[in-house]
Design a protein around this ligand. Structure first.
Ligand code: PHB
Length: 401
C-alpha cells in the first residue's frame, strides 16, 4: 500500500464507522431491516486490468457486465448497483493488496475479476479466507476451479486447459504429427500448453518443443528463428491482447506464415484482427466463442453491444456479460438479499446461462461446461467452422467440493 492509499483507507474507515452508526439507528427505529436491504445499493467490485497489455480485455469485460445490468433496468435482483473499480495492472505481486482494497476497504458484496491467471491466484488466497462472493470473467488458472476450488468461487469464462485441449484432434485431422508450442512463461501459457499436449498425444501427435518468453515481453525474433530451424508440422501459440497482435505480425514478417501453419487458443486472434492487417488470415483456433454463430441470442447481444459502446464485442465482452447474467440469476432467487449467501450460491450453481456463445451450465467445481468451436480467420472475423468438442468440461483436478 502506498502512503496515499493508506490515508484514503484510514479516512474511509473513519467515515464508514460513523455512517454505520447512523445506519444502525435507522434500522432500530425507522425501517425494518429487510426494507433497508432493498434500498441499499449492491456493491460490485470490478478488479480488472485497465492499463498494460490486457487493458482492452478489461474494458470489454466491464462493458459486457454493464450491458447485462442495463438490460435489467440497471438493477440485479431488484437492487441498484454501485461499482467500485480497481486497476490490477495484470500484476500478480499487487493482487492481494488490490483485492483487499475491495474486500476490506470498500466492503463489496461481490468481486468481479480478473484477466491474468497469476493475479487470479493472488485473489484466490484472499477470497477463500474472506468468503466473499467471486465471479471470475476470464483468468483461466486451473487451480481456481481445481485444488483451490471453493463454494464462493465461480468462473464464467474457461479453464486454460479447456481452450487448447480440442486442438489435438484438429491437428490430427490435418495430418500434423509434430508441433511446437510457443507462449508467455506464466500459469496461463503453461496450462494451455499442458491442455494441448494431453489432447495431441492422445491422438498420437508429438509436442517436440515448448518455447517461452517472460510475460508481458513481445520480443519474438530469437524464438521464431528457432521454430524455422526445428521445422515442425505446426505451431500452436497462446498470446493475447497487444502481445497477440505483435506475435501475428512478427510470424508473418519472419516468413513463417504460409510455411508452417499456425494454430492457437482463440485469444491469439480475438479482439486483435483490426490491428494486424492480413497477418492472421487463415489462422485456426479453438475457443468457446466465434463470429457468425447466427443464434438469436448472439445477434441481439452483438447489436446491443455495438449500439451501446460503438465497438464490436469479442470473447471477453461475452464473458463479462455472462458474469452479469450469472450474478442476476443468483440475486433474483433471493430477491436481492445478498446476505443469503447460500441461497445465491445454490441458484448460481443451478443456472442455465443463455449466452451469446450458446447455452452453458456450471460443473461441480463452478467452471463452465461448454462447446469449443473451431474458428478460422477470414478477413476481420473469427469465422465458426463447427464444434471441435461438444460440452467440454475441465477435469477439475484436486477439487474437493
Ligand atoms: C490468463 O492469464 O488466464 C489469460 C489472459 C488472457 C487471455 C486468456 C487467459 O486472453
Amino acid at each position: 500500500m502506498t502512503q496515499n492509499d493508506k490515508d484514503v483507507f484510514a479516512r474511509r474507515g473513519f467515515l464508514k464507522g460513523s455512517a454505520a452508526i447512523a445506519g444502525a439507528t435507522a434500522v432500530g427505529t425507522l425501517l425494518p431491516s429487510a426494507a433497508l436491504a432493498q434500498q441499499a445499493k449492491l456493491k460490485v467490485g470490478l478488479m480488472l486490468p485497465y492499463t498494460g497489455t490486457f487493458a482492452q480485455l478489461g474494458v470489454a469485460i466491464t462493458n459486457g457486465f454493464k450491458l447485462a445490468v442495463d438490460e435489467r433496468g440497471g438493477k440485479l435482483g431488484g437492487r441498484e448497483i454501485e461499482f467500485v473499480t480497481v486497476d490490477d495492472e495484470s500484476n500478480p505481486a499487487k493482487a492481494p493488496e488490490n483485492v483487499n482494497k475491495l474486500v476490506q476497504r470498500d466492503k463489496v458484496d461481490v468481486v468481479i475479476g480478473t484477466v491474468h491467471s497469476g493475479v487470479v491466484m493472488g485473489m484466490a488466497k484472499v477470497l477463500k479466507e474472506s468468503g466473499t462472493l467471486w465471479i471470475n470473467p476470464n483468468g483461466g488458472a486451473g487451480a481456481m476451479t481445481g485444488a483451490m476450488c471453493a463454494p464462493n468461487f465461480f468462473r464464467t469464462s474457461f479453464s486454460n486447459w479447456q481452450t487448447t485441449h480440442a486442438l489435438g484432434k484438429v491437428l490430427k485431422a490435418k495430418g500434423h504429427k509434430t508441433a511446437v508450442f510457443i507462449t508467455w512463461k506464466y500459469a496461463a501459457g503453461e496450462e494451455m500448453m499442458e491442455g494441448f499436449k494431453e489432447g495431441f498425444e492422445k491422438e498420437g501427435g508429438k509436442l517436440v518443443k515448448e518455447l517461452y518468453t517472460p510475460f508481458p515481453q513481445v520480443e519474438f525474433q530469437a524464438l521464431l528463428t528457432e521454430i524455422a530451424s526445428i521445422k515442425p508440422d505446426a505451431v500452436v501459440a497462446f498470446f493475447a491482447g497487444g502481445g497477440a497482435a505483435k506475435f501475428l505480425k512478427d510470424y508473418q514478417a519472419a516468413g513463417l506464415k504460409g510455411k508452417i501453419p499456425l494454430y492457437g487458443s482463440g485469444f491469439l486472434t480475438d479482439g486483435v484482427l483490426d490491428a494486424v492487417g492480413d497477418a492472421a488470415e487463415g489462422v485456426e483456433t479453438t475457443l468457446h466463442y466465434a463470429d457468425g454463430l447466427d443464434t438469436k441470442k448472439d445477434k441481439a447481444f452483438r447489436l446491443a453491444y455495438a449500439k451501446t459502446f460503438k465497438l464490436q464485442p469479442d470473447v471477453y465482452a461475452v464473458q463479462g456479460y455472462d458474469a452479469g447474467q450469472l450474478l442476476a440469476a443468483g440475486l433474483e432467487a433471493v430477491k436481492g438479499n445478498v446476505a443469503d449467501k447460500a441461497g445465491v450460491i445454490k441458484a448460481m450453481e443451478a443456472a442455465k446461462i443463455d449466452s451469446p456463445r450458446g447455452q452453458w451450465t456450471l460443473s461441480k467445481a463452478h467452471n463452465p461446461v461448454q462447446d469449443m468451436y473451431l474458428r478460422k480467420v477470414v478477413g476481420k472475423e473469427n469465422k465458426t467452422m463447427g464444434v471441435a468438442w461438444k460440452a467440454l468440461a475441465d477435469p477439475a483436478r484436486g477439487c474437493k467440493m
